[in-house]
Design a binder for this molecule. Structure first.
Ligand code: ZN
Ligand code: ZN
Length: 298
């Protein structure tokens, strides 16, 4: 286990405190009501920050499923930090461990391995963030050696607080409440990948974990719910792929569209996508296409 400095511990703990604050702050909208503009603010902040979480933190920073200039990674990381998703080192450390130990006791947030007997869904949907497992075992060296990313990591709460201040400045208490509500919805949207996408959905590809393709999660997370494909092909920039009747079928994946847009603008290159033969070789045949009960790895 890595030894964290007192300042890093304080910096990291601010993260869950701000998420709890967002939950409570969301109640402001019951007092102020929501104008059309405030609803648009909620939706815009949700979509932009979700894209930064999925397209930058997940598919670029963690899995390197495409290449992009450093400023794209830096700016995207600031936006993802403004989502309340913590900093790039913290995020990547936990996510790599999730893949390395998926659905075993070393997985930080598997619904099958709650460490406090509080119930799998609650644990994977956020309970793990309020446990000692909140602190990563170690931080990824490649992120730590990038000074810009390291600064964003330790000051991850600044973009989130700044966005709250901007919201208040734009529209007073109503927009501050809208910001809190958007942040809370976003937090739970992202967490459904850890919970529902390991509990419910189909498994068109062979993996040694419980990852599922879940349509609702894919809708909420702009394509991240096609999680069985992602566990089977972690380096793929495209998650929306499945197999039906032996045929490859492409599914809605707005995050992949975002990456394609970056590519069109010459801001992304070398998109990694599995070939058809690799996809078919990993596909389950019909009678095994639905998940059966959990069988944990040792
Ligand atoms: Zn997973
Ligand atoms: Zn991943």
């Amino acid at each position: 286990m890595r030894q964290y400095s007192p300042l890093t511990i304080i910096s990291y703990i601010i993260g869950p405190l701000l998420i709890i604050t967002s939950h409570i702050g969301s109640l402001i909208v019951f007092k102020t009501g929501l104008s059309l503009g405030a609803v648009a603010w909620i939706i815009s902040l949700y979509l932009i920050r979700m894209l930064a979480t999925t397209g930058i933190y997940h598919r670029l920073l963690t899995h390197k499923s495409y290449r992009a200039p450093a400023p794209i990674l830096w700016v995207g990381s600031v936006v993802a930090a403004a989502a309340g998703q913590m900093g790039p080192s913290w995020w990547k450390a936990h996510h790599l461990n999730h893949h390395l130990y998926a659905d075993t006791y070393q997985d930080p947030h598997s619904p099958y391995t709650p460490t406090q007997n509080v119930g799998g869904f609650y644990w994977s949907q956020g309970g793990w963030l309020l446990s000692p497992q909140f602190f990563p075992v170690d931080l990824p060296p490649d992120v730590e050696k990038d000074v810009v990313l390291r600064v964003i990591d330790r000051l991850h709460f600044v973009p989130l607080v700044a966005l709250g201040a901007i919201s208040y400045r734009i529209g007073g208490l109503e927009y501050l409440g809208a910001f809190f509500l958007s942040t809370t919805l976003l937090f739970h949207g992202v967490q459904t990948v850890n919970s529902l996408s390991h509990i419910s959905g189909d498994q068109p590809f062979y993996t040694d974990d419980h990852s599922r393709n879940n349509r609702l999660v894919a809708f909420l997370t702009l394509g991240e719910g096609w999680h069985n494909l992602h566990h089977a092909f972690q380096a793929s920039s495209r998650h929306g792929i499945t197999i039906r009747a032996g045929q490859i079928v492409y599914l809605p994946d707005p995050t992949f569209r975002f990456i394609k847009t970056l590519e069109y603008l010459n801001l992304a290159s070398k998109l990694r996508i599995p070939g058809e033969s690799a996809l078919l070789a990993s596909a389950k045949t019909g009678e095994f296409s639905l998940a059966t009960g959990p069988t944990l790895k040792p």
